[in-house]
Write a protein that binds this ligand. Structure first.
Ligand code: HEM
Length: 479
């Protein structure tokens, strides 16, 4: 009896909350639509929960694809307590990310912002964002990352050798180690092994808690991650202090952040520096690791293509005295087929399926109203998988990139003021890894389970368990 009255009470409370949220927000949409423009087509699902259940009970990409089929390039829905407008055309994505970017602000859940650090550039707009962006972008241009080729090559070789003969490795986890180490290299240049280990240890704890339920209850993944995040700040402050004491003039990303002064001559604070370093590490790791895992899978699944990539890479290997001399920057710029494999992997896997913004004002697009406060989501994957721009879109075919894609149809790194400043580094580390993988190793995927897991980026199921072994020349004769 007591239990049922508690239940009834909770039910009443919930329905009161639902009617408040539902009718309150509906009133706002109605007042907005009085201006003449109408809301985009689509369905808002149940009060408050909206269509969150449909979204989570199927592959999110199928959810978006079926909506686009039904409603067209712009449609509304309601997810995770937020009314949203989804945009599935290149023009609409450009409108939000480039042409009218000032009307659409970046938006992330508070718990994520707190974990990465509120001063990280991707949470900002305007002058502060531009200042930080110049610094980050400046240290990741082709000119700036050229000098990293030998060190990235050492990292790639050491990773690959660590797999040799191991019965089964989780390809995604391994790629995460590599992309993390490359990130550290780009940020700090040479860093002592002790600092590297401390950063790795604590970052791993942050990584584990990042997508868990946000709570401050001690012992939970999220709370542990918050504590590790605090330790990361301390370690980073210590590195900064040491560099200041030794008047270091290192020209890596940390050096740029430490030397930057605003128009009033103010330096960035230690917290601002730490937030941006964690932000870059965060942006660099899982993204690049997911794409590289997909590349390994796509090459494995298409042996003819793999042979063609091997031919391209073996020529470079031979030119380097059978691998006795290191890869050069110029060689990495001259791998046309491998480069197309990377582009096609970026398109097919579209690991960042969409991004989020929030309308900072009522905005009209093609006669539709996007009300202030609504989330706006340009759907990269829908654009990449649209047969109008990429015929036979579900076929892995690098040759499609022999012709440049139509403007704004290929945007794996986003577009506009927040577009990815790390895209050249991501491509460079992938090219270097592929070079050594195909010229020195062979691999087999373990198990035959196809499928995708989201964590949150899509990766092959189980992280692509695989066995890699060093290729011995005798094998060539038998194959
Ligand atoms: C294949 C790997 C990668 C992919 C697919 C990727 C994709 C993206 C996308 C789509 C955005 C824009 C998000 C938005 O507009 O909301 C972005 C932003 C960003 N990426 Fe990447 N990224 C990759 C690798 C990297 C790497 C290696 C770094 C750094 C070393 C990096 C650093 C950043 C940063 C700092 C931003 C925020 C830029 C800003 O807000 O101005 N990314 N990335």
């Amino acid at each position: 009896m007591e239990m049922s009255s508690v239940f009834l009470y909770l039910l009443l409370l919930l329905s009161a909350l639902v009617s408040y949220v539902w009718f309150g927000s509906h009133r706002r949409w109605k007042s907005s639509s009085r201006k003449g423009a109408k809301l985009p087509p689509g369905s808002m699902g149940w009060p408050y929960i909206g269509e969150t259940h449909q979204f989570y009970s199927q592959n999110p990409d199928d959810f978006f694809a079926s909506k686009q089929k039904r409603y067209g390039e712009i449609f509304k829905t309601h997810l995770l307590g937020c009314p949203c407008v989804m945009l599935a055309s290149p023009e609409a994505a450009k409108f939000v990310l480039v042409n009218q970017a000032h009307l659409f602000k970046p938006t992330y859940p508070k718990s994520k912002e707190q974990m990465i650090g509120p001063s990280a550039l991707f949470f900002h707009q305007g002058d502060y964002h531009m200042r930080l962006r110049k610094l980050v972008q400046g240290s990741l241009t082709p000119e700036a990352i050229k000098s990293l080729v030998p060190d990235i090559e050492t990292l790639a070789l050491s990773l690959l050798h660590s797999w040799d003969g191991v019965p089964q490795v989780n390809t995604f986890h391994e790629m995460k180690k590599y992309s993390f180490d490359v990130g550290i290299l780009a940020i700090f240049g040479q860093l002592s092994p002790w600092y590297k280990e401390e950063l790795k240890k604590n970052y791993c704890i942050v990584d584990k808690g990042y997508n868990s339920f946000p709570t401050k209850i001690p012992g939970t993944l999220y709370h542990n991650a918050l504590l590790a995040r605090k330790r990361l700040s301390k370690i980073l402050s210590k590195i900064v202090r040491e560099r200041r004491e030794t008047s270091s003039t290192q020209k890596d990303l940390l050096g740029s952040l430490m030397n930057s002064r605003d128009e009033k001559g103010q330096l960035l604070s230690d917290d601002q520096i730490a937030d941006n370093i964690i932000g870059v590490l965060f942006a660099a790791q899982d993204t690049t690791a997911s794409v590289m895992t997909w590349i390994v899978k796509y090459l494995h699944d298409d042996q003819k293509l793999l042979e063609a990539v091997k031919v391209e890479q073996s020529a470079i290997h031979e030119a380097n005295d059978g691998g006795k001399r290191p890869l050069t920057w110029v060689q990495t710029r001259n791998m046309p087929l491998t480069h197309k494999v990377i582009q096609e992997s970026l398109r097919m896997s579209s690991i960042i399926s969409f991004t989020f913004r929030e309308a900072a004002a009522d905005v009209e697009y093609k006669g539709y109203l996007i009300p202030k406060g609504w989330k706006v989501m340009p759907l990269f994957r829908n654009i990449h998988h649209n047969s109008e721009f990429f015929p036979d879109p579900h076929k892995f075919d690098p040759s499609r990139f022999e012709v440049s894609p139509k403007p704004n149809t290929f945007i794996p790194f986003g577009n506009g003021v927040h577009a990815c400043p790390g895209n050249e580094l991501a491509k460079l580390e992938s090219l270097i890894l592929i070079h050594h993988l195909v010229t020195k190793f062979r691999w087999e995927v373990v198990g035959s389970e196809n499928g995708i897991q989201y964590g949150p980026f899509p990766v092959p199921k189980g992280g692509l368990p695989a066995k890699f072994w060093k290729h011995r020349p005798a094998e060539t004769a038998s194959t």
